[in-house]
Design a protein around this ligand. Structure first.
Ligand code: NAD
Ligand code: 6OD
Length: 491
């Protein structure tokens, strides 16, 4: 691409698209072929201060005075505008991530719109609390609750489902009347920026939604999470990053909501609907090139069907087609970056040195032409590793999974729970009672039975153990994005 054709992705502060005062930029490169997508204007402390100040000012302006009906109408308008500009969002998301357009058009972009609709409806319909009480003088008293916005919310996002995960937090935050400063991942700056145009065009007041670009430590991410005028921080990303953000949030005792890593177990019983289990575990292991926090990197299979299941999953993996994300036949994109490819390949090597049996994959596919410069990787299935192996214990975040046979329910519960994480699980069985028993016994915030990534946005979403703090979704999001106040009236 010639320099004159290269776009600059700008920060969005107080309703305006801003170049950082330092003039610093960084490259946003395509994971498909390494080509330059845009130069990104890197926010410094000055821009982070400006974004937080713009958000604070918005809270003092028309946003906080706006009637709930009007605020929620505007959020529906945001959703409608995302849908109207669907193709632009799709193009931007596919360019940044390299994920197949067929996937992004079914999941990422529709959810970007739905995340505004659902939370607009939730806040309109959630009832308050009311308690009557007796008092010694016989007059009595009543108590009722009020929900008020938390204030300025810092939103720190990852790169795997950029628009979906960002709006999953911005939707409820705005529905509750907060103002936000979003720090998208440095890998995927585009759709958050495009959303700024949407906010302007539907008339969301300036400063309600702000976007600053940059990295984590010693950059925009850290400046935002350390900013004393940020009231609460919501974060999706790696557990290690969550630890750093929690330390930053300790100053000023700011509230946090964390959705973090996982090493999720899939459990397949011999009585499962076999084809449905292959399809479900196949998606859980390989969708989005394995870059889904809810994905399954460990599968436990009841011994009588172990060999058959392993063959079935191998066939599933070998049918996946890497390629241009805009080709209809492509159902597997690249990893997000060369850096992530190096990390995932290191686990592929470790699996070899630890003696894994490689059922399929284990390397980098040959890609034609310019795509040879992308961060491609083969979907990979291993068997035969000990449970103590780093490959079985650590989150890899790639299209890979380890298969292990089991004999009893107690055994598989112990295996599934032997992890510091607790995000999600999927259980495949037609035995009704066992399905419920397993759902209760596996330590995970989200349990799918005979399904995977089936989302009702009213349900609580989040992780146990090192996978998260708090729950978002439906009314649960209100617990984080509002302060609940009690008013006690003596009668
Ligand atoms: P990451 O933690 O590296 O980065 C996430 C965001 O945090 C980025 O915007 C980054 O710039 C920022 N950041 C990094 N260090 C920071 C710091 N010290 N202070 C402030 N901000 C900082 O995660 P990633 O690589 O972008 O995403 C992959 C990870 O996200 C995986 O571990 C995955 O499991 C997790 N994830 C979890 C969920 C969930 O719902 N539980 C969803 C998606 C992804
Ligand atoms: O569906 C969601 O709301 C959600 N937070 C999904 C997370 C996927 C992780 O990669």
């Amino acid at each position: 691409m010639k320099p004159a054709d290269i776009r600059t992705t700008l920060n969005y502060i107080g309703g305006e698209f801003i170049t950082a005062a330092s003039g610093k930029t960084y490259e946003n490169r395509s994971p498909v072929d390494g080509s330059l997508i845009s130069m990104v204007s890197e926010a410094g402390q000055v821009e982070v201060d400006a974004a937080v100040a713009a958000a604070r000012a918005a809270l003092a302006g028309p946003w906080s005075k706006m009637a709930l009906q009007e605020r929620t109408r505007m959020l529906h308008a945001v959703a409608a505008e995302i849908n109207r500009r669907f193709d632009e969002f799709l193009e931007a998301e596919v360019a940044d991530t390299g994920k197949p357009a067929s996937l992004a058009s079914h999941i990422d972009i529709p959810r970007g719109a739905a995340n505004f609709e659902i939370f607009a409806d939730v806040v309109k319909n959630v009832p308050g609390e009311f308690f009557e009480m007796a008092t010694p003088d016989g007059g009595g008293a009543i108590n009722y609750s009020l929900r008020v916005p938390k204030g300025v919310v810092g939103v720190i996002c990852p790169w795997n489902l950029p628009l979906l995960l960002m709006t999953w937090k911005v939707g409820p935050a705005l529905a509750c009347g907060n103002a936000v400063v979003v720090k998208p991942s440095e890998e995927t700056p585009s759709t958050a920026t495009l959303l700024g145009e949407v906010m302007n065009s539907v008339g969301i007041p300036a400063g309600v939604y702000n976007v600053i670009h940059g990295f984590g430590p010693d950059s925009a991410g850290e400046y935002l999470t350390r900013h004393p005028d940020v009231d609460a921080i919501t974060f999706t990303g790696e557990t290690r990053t969550g630890e750093a953000i929690m330390a930053a949030a300790a100053t000023g005792v700011r509230a946090v909501s964390f959705e973090m890593g996982g090493k999720n177990a899939g459990v397949v019983f011999a009585d499962c609907d076999f084809d449905a289990a292959i399809d479900g575990i196949g998606r859980a292991a390989f969708a989005n090139c394995g870059q889904v926090c809810l994905g399954t990197e460990r599968v436990y299979i009841e011994r009588p069907i172990f060999e058959k299941f392993a063959e079935g999953l191998k066939a599933y993996a070998e049918k996946l087609r890497c390629g241009n994300p805009n080709d209809k036949a492509t159902n597997m994109g690249p990893l997000i970056s060369k850096e992530h490819q190096t990390k995932v390949l290191a686990y592929y090597e470790k699996a070899k040195t630890e003696g894994a049996n490689i059922l399929t994959g284990g390397g980098v596919p040959d890609m034609p032409g310019e795509m040879a410069n992308g961060s491609w990787i083969e979907p990979t299935i291993w068997t035969g590793l000990p449970e103590s192996s780093a490959v079985v214990r650590e989150e890899i975040f790639g299209p890979c999974t380890h298969l292990q046979p089991f004999d009893t329910e107690d055994e598989v519960v112990a295996l599934a729970n032997d992890t510091r994480y607790g995000l999600a699980t999927s259980i495949w069985t037609t035995h009704l009672s066992r399905a419920h028993r397993m759902g209760a016994r596996i330590e995970a915030g989200i349990c799918w039975i005979n399904s995977w990534f089936l989302r009702d946005l009213r349900t609580p979403f989040g992780g146990m153990k090192a996978s998260g703090i708090g729950r978002e979704g439906g009314v649960h999001s209100l617990e984080f994005y509002t302060e609940l106040r009690n008013i006690c009236v003596k009668l």
